[in-house]
Design a protein around this ligand. Structure first.
Ligand SMILES: C[S@@+](CC[C@H](N)C(=O)[O-])C[C@H]1O[C@@H](n2cnc3c(N)ncnc32)[C@H](O)[C@@H]1O
Length: 248
């Protein structure tokens, strides 16, 4: 199946812009840059790079390759970034990444793995192009709390805002209507796996997970009874889960 964001590329490019969308800018990109800890000898592969937001945030002297299945997003990235150290290629991360040896010191997937159908092949392909001791950073919508159509907020009788989660252990393939309520019928796909599945595949392809981080929203609702409850829930239920895996 085609999991490319080609048909949503205009909307997505506008959403991300030059600085990233809200969570990119405030949480994901600053944390990813810290975890990457790049230096001038680094060579980084960005898997499902979208319109190339990460490339704009790294030292321009560092070698960067971004791959994505959506041709139009790759074209936007190429047009807006003429740095000769940066390459953007239309490639399917689930297919063998021919043309690359074990040459990358870093690989990163920012909110893209859950949009790819065959996670097993993606992890295998990344393992094949990373150097020994290379670092792979996987940024995910938290699989334990944010499963599209299977999780959400509720308010209990005792006025606790809680998170409900259904079907956590099952592998799921979930269609996402990109603009609910509008006529447009753009659909993307989301693939859910329990956290243990990520660890299983990383282990299978020779990675050692050295860190797991959980990032919460930094948004705050205005003063008041309801907002106190919302702010508490935001601070206690993470949005993102990030794994740092080292190729052995
Ligand atoms: C949520 S977007 C994230 C893009 C980017 N990392 C960012 O943070 O803005 C997910 C991306 O994964 C890409 N994608 C989906 N399946 C893919 C595949 N098999 N190979 C490469 N990219 C894929 C989509 O085209 C889309 O651009």
């Amino acid at each position: 199946m085609n999991t490319s964001w080609q048909s949503s590329s205009k909307w997505y490019n506008r959403l991300v812009g030059d600085q990233g969308h809200y969570y990119h800018e405030h949480i994901i990109l600053p944390n990813v840059l810290k975890l990457l800890n790049l230096n001038l000898n680094s060579k980084i592969l960005d898997i499902g790079c979208g319109q190339g937001i990460l490339a704009k945030k790294i030292n321009p002297q560092i070698s960067y390759v971004g791959i994505d299945l959506a041709k139009s997003l790759i074209e936007v990235a190429q047009k807006s970034n003429k740095n000769p150290n940066h390459k953007f290629l239309k490639l399917d991360a689930t297919k063998p990444l021919n043309g690359f040896n074990s040459e990358f010191t870093h690989a990163v997937a920012i909110l893209s793995l859950q949009n790819m159908e065959n996670l097993d092949s993606v992890i295998k392909n990344v393992a094949n192009v990373l150097k020994e001791d290379g670092k792979f950073i996987l940024v995910l919508n938290h699989p334990a709390f944010r499963i599209p159509r299977q999780s959400g907020w509720g308010i209990a009788e005792n006025k606790i805002q809680y998170r409900y989660v259904n079907n956590y252990m099952s592998d799921l393939k979930i269609p996402i209507q990109m603009h609910p309520g509008e006529k447009s019928s753009e659909i993307t796909w989301s693939f859910h796996h329990p956290i243990s599945y990520y660890f299983k595949l990383l282990k299978q392809y020779g990675f050692l997970v050295e860190d797991l981080q959980e990032w919460v929203s930094d948004k705050k609702s205005e003063e008041g009874k309801v907002s106190k409850m919302e702010n508490h829930a935001r601070a206690e239920i993470p949005l993102f889960m990030t794994l740092v895996a080292i190729k052995k």
